[in-house]
Design a protein around this ligand. Structure first.
Ligand SMILES: O=C(O)CCC(=O)C(=O)O
Ligand SMILES: [Fe+2]
Length: 270
């Protein structure tokens, strides 16, 4: 292995990578460094992809679930957007789910990926700041006749702060509260929608809150994680289940045999 060449020094900086940065640094050598990246992509296509299809059944098509207001796995539901509660739900996500997320999914933070101009170096970034401020100033004076210029200058700073970070390369991430655009209450009834077929959610993680009581308000029901043969059936009113949405936690809604089961679902960080 040593014959492969220059090993990284184990720090975060790694010039050999596209981003020049390794999040969790290791002493390593990359396929790119030794000219084997195209071969590796072939291996992925020929051997890993079929394995992936076998192991992660349903992963590919369920990915489309939340795009364009379309539900690939339709449920009997009502969305927060429909009942004017989107802002309230966003508040709950930020205030209550965010801190839980940090405890449960250690090391995971909600981020937005933003385009940045890191490779331009100090001067380039300075010029970009100046130009963007000037454009915003001109636009403000033009559109508002000079009123509120200071207010807009404030916005300009916020914008450029998010969009230009000199020490990164091309793309960067900013930490944000958890975000979800699919937030809905699901209703299960034996004569309507008793169960939900196996699927993945289009979320980094999903929260599933019990809105009524098993064995009292309804019989049957629950959420089954198929790969782990693990069913969560004795849910508690108001308590929530948090599980990864994509890839690993293929799951289904178990049949409700009598009564009505209600749950609140939110696909966090789609
Ligand atoms: O019935 C359940 O608990 C699962 C619901 C679910 O998976 C979903 O709505 O995406
Ligand atoms: Fe689901």
């Amino acid at each position: 292995m040593e014959a492969f060449g220059q090993w990284s020094d184990g720090t975060n900086k790694d010039e050999r990578l596209d981003g020049g940065y390794e999040n969790v640094p290791t002493r390593d050598i990359h396929m790119k460094q030794v000219g084997l990246e195209p071969h590796w992509l072939e291996v992925l296509k020929a051997y890993v992809r079929p394995l992936q299809e076998l192991m992660y059944t349903g992963y590919f098509h369920d990915d489309e679930r939340i795009e364009g207001g379309y539900e690939a796995v339709p449920t009997r539901d009502i969305h927060m957007r429909q009942v004017g509660l989107t802002a309230h739900w966003d508040y709950i996500l930020e205030e209550y789910v965010g801190p839980l997320q940090q405890t449960v999914f250690v090391g995971y933070t909600s981020v937005r990926h933003v385009f940045i101009f890191g490779r331009m170096g100090g001067l380039g970034v300075g010029v970009l700041y100046a130009v963007s401020l000037l454009l915003l100033l001109l636009w403000t004076v033009h559109s508002q006749g000079g009123v509120c210029v200071l207010g807009h200058m404030g916005q300009a700073f916020t914008l450029t702060d998010s969009f230009i970070r000199p020490d990164d390369n091309f793309y960067s991430s900013i930490t944000k509260p958890p975000r979800a655009i699919m937030n809905f209450v699901v209703r299960y009834r034996p004569d309507e929608q008793p169960s939900l077929r196996p699927h993945h959610d289009s979320s980094t993680y999903t929260i599933n809150i019990a809105l009524n009581r098993p064995k009292i308000d309804y019989q049957g029901g629950g959420c089954k994680f198929i790969r782990y043969n693990c069913s969560v059936t004795d849910t508690r009113l108001g308590w929530l289940l948090m599980h990864p949405g994509r890839l690993t936690h293929y799951h289904e809604g178990l049949p409700v045999t009598s009564g009505t089961r209600y749950i609140m679902i939110s696909f966090v960080d789609p």
